[in-house]
Design a protein around this ligand. Structure first.
Ligand code: SAM
Length: 256
């Protein structure tokens, strides 16, 4: 119900590029969000996902984070995991465009799952160094099998709980962080605060599922109000956060 009401409000309040006077945001919308090019990589993204969606093998999963709203057992098929937890094709194409547009050199992903998002980011900037964290060892094993291609050698996977892994990451800054797991208010704010010192002026934080629950939306409001945050862009599925000091603090809701 929270998601439905939030979506109606989003439709009423959101706009396209005409609502954005900031050249930075205008360019992001027109040159990245609304870029209609049929990139050759989209076919590779589709094949990666289709492969997983056709895999009937089952694995024992360890439920991390806020727990699943869909499953009751811990035995799941790969195809069901891909369908319910994996990034959709449309969203993985958007992630591809964002990474292609900003060309971040260092990327951190919280929540590898089967590697759909990781794969999209790696294809979008093969020169980037990607670190991706997943708690469930069995899921990560499957992701590994699919991320083995030599052109994806820029991916470093880490198995463990976000809480402990992020304490031990030896990077001073991250250009892009994709927060895509553990969708609870407290956890989201904890990871945001822990990783905030690793943001620089041009870093981008992307939060998935900001309307997943009331708690997630409250977390999103807290993040928007943080003094270090300047521009935010809410696309309903995601909240994008920018720290650019040259921007006024301004919040956008954009239909993608
Ligand atoms: C929504 S899925 C990620 C989807 C993936 N980024 C993609 O693009 O397809 C979230 C993943 O985060 C993992 N996860 C959630 N909370 C975690 C935690 N506290 N520590 C480690 N992994 C966690 C889950 O096991 C799950 O596989």
């Amino acid at each position: 119900m929270h998601q439905f009401i939030s979506y109606i409000k989003f439709l009423l309040k959101s706009s396209n590029q005409h609502g954005a006077h900031s050249p930075f945001v205008y360019n992001l919308i027109t040159k990245c969000f609304y870029d209609k090019s049929e990139y050759a990589e989209y076919k590779i993204l589709k094949a990666y996902r289709s492969n997983l969606l056709q895999n009937p093998e089952t694995i024992k999963i360890t439920d991390f984070g806020s727990g699943s709203k869909v499953f009751t057992t811990d035995e799941r098929s790969i195809k069901a995991i891909a369908k319910t937890s994996g990034t959709s094709l449309k969203i993985s194409e958007l992630l591809f465009r964002i990474v292609r547009y900003f060309q971040p050199n260092t990327i951190l992903e919280l929540g590898t799952n089967l590697g759909i998002g990781t794969h999209a980011m790696a294809l979008a900037n093969p020169k980037s160094q990607i670190t991706t964290i997943e708690g469930c060892a069995e899921i990560l094993k499957v992701a590994h099998q699919h991320l083995l291609e030599p052109e994806l050698s820029n991916i470093n996977t880490v198995q463990g709980d976000f809480r402990s892994v992020i304490e031990n990451l030896n990077k001073d800054t991250w250009d892009l962080i994709f927060f895509d797991g553990h969708h609870s208010q407290d956890a989201t704010l904890t990871y945001f605060e822990k990783l905030l010192p690793k943001a620089h002026n041009n870093s981008i934080f992307i939060f998935d599922d900001i309307y997943w629950s009331k708690g997630m939306t409250e977390a999103w409001e807290n993040i928007k109000n943080h003094p270090q945050v300047t521009v935010t862009v809410d696309t309903f599925n995601w909240g994008l956060v920018f720290f650019r000091k040259e921007q006024f603090k301004e919040h956008f809701k954009i239909r993608v």
